[in-house]
Each structure stands twice: as structure tokens, then as C-alpha cells.
Ligand binder design. Structure first.
Ligand code: FES
Ligand code: FES
Length: 178
């Protein structure tokens, strides 16, 4: 009986893209499956489901994680941001999203949500200084289309402008929209 109890579902409170919700989750449900299958947030992709490709990258309490490896049950009280939560309330793209568009930093787009979430975290982490740094800190995000050069260009652009520091910089958005 004790073992059966240990496998029970639990109620957690999660703030996801600014909305707080209470959810009953099974112990084996990952954050990725919770988002995609129950919350209709299908932007984050399931590439490998083993922590190898980065397609499922989300921010949890401001840090990037492979959501396919994160059990939802461990996230009671956490704040999660997915690719759907990056744009402003008026739909204005986050500077990193705008830079990816501007630099044509995708082909099929499957890896793109994970690349962008990882890139947003990379800028906020404040460690990357050069293209080599960007390549190193983005090495957990695989692109089967090989769009790496343009991805690095996009990130370098945001890094150089400082517009990714607070997540959303108005001047940059206006500059891109202009
Ligand atoms: S799907 Fe999570 S790392 Fe590949
Ligand atoms: S754009 Fe196709 S996998 Fe990266």
C-alpha cells in the first residue's frame, strides 16, 4: 500500500506564461507532456524525449531546462515560460524572436522554439561574449537543418543590442518593426 501511495497523483500550482493554475499531475508526467497534452501549449517540441536535442527547452524560474526531463510533480509553485509566453500582450515579438526572423535563423522550424528559449536564457545569464561563447552555450540545442550560422547571427545581434536583458525592450521592437 505504501508503494501505491508513493505513485499517487498530486495537486500542484504552476504559473505558466503568467497564468496561475492548479493541476492534478501523475508522478511520471513531464513538464513537456503537461504543456503539450493538457495545456494546449504545443510550441515546445518533442524531439528526442531524452534530454539530447533541446527542442523542448522552457524557462523554469528563469533558468532553461529540458522540459522532457522535468517531472511536473516537482514544480509546485514554479514559474514556467514557454515560447508562447515570450511575445508581448499586444502580440509584439520578443527581440529574440524578431532577430530570428530578421536573420532567417530557421529552415523547418522544428528546433526553433527551443533555440529561442535557450537563446533568451543565454542572454539573461550574461556569460556569452563572443560567437564562440554563443556556440558553446547553445550546444545543447541541435538543429538538423544546420541553420547554426544564422542562429548565432540572431543571438549575437540581440546580445550586441542589449535588448534581450529584460526580456522585452521597446526600442528594439520598434526598431525591428520600422
Ligand atoms: S525533446 Fe527534450 S531534449 Fe530532446
Ligand atoms: S530549423 Fe530545422 S531542425 Fe532547426
Amino acid at each position: 500500500m505504501a508503494e501505491a501511495g508513493a505513485m499517487s497523483s498530486e495537486r500542484i500550482t504552476l504559473t505558466i506564461n503568467g497564468a496561475t493554475c492548479e493541476l492534478q499531475v501523475d508522478p511520471w508526467t513531464t513538464l513537456l507532456d503537461l504543456a503539450r497534452e493538457r495545456l494546449d501549449l504545443t510550441g515546445s517540441k518533442k524531439g528526442c524525449d531524452h534530454g539530447q536535442c533541446g527542442a523542448c527547452t522552457m524557462l523554469v524560474d528563469g533558468r532553461r531546462v529540458n522540459s522532457c526531463l522535468k517531472l511536473a510533480i516537482t514544480l509546485d509553485g514554479a514559474e514556467v515560460t514557454t515560447i508562447e509566453g515570450l511575445a508581448g500582450p499586444d502580440g509584439a515579438l520578443h527581440p529574440m524572436q524578431a532577430a530570428f526572423v530578421e536573420h532567417d535563423a530557421f529552415q523547418c522550424g522544428y528546433c526553433t522554439p527551443g533555440q529561442i528559449m535557450s537563446a533568451v536564457a543565454l542572454v539573461q545569464e550574461g556569460r556569452a561574449r563572443s560567437r564562440e561563447d554563443i556556440r558553446e552555450y547553445m550546444s545543447g540545442n541541435i538543429c538538423r537543418c544546420g541553420a547554426y550560422t544564422n542562429i548565432v547571427d540572431a543571438i549575437q545581434d540581440v546580445l550586441g543590442s542589449g535588448s534581450g536583458e529584460d526580456g522585452r525592450a521597446e526600442e528594439h521592437q520598434q526598431g525591428v518593426a520600422a
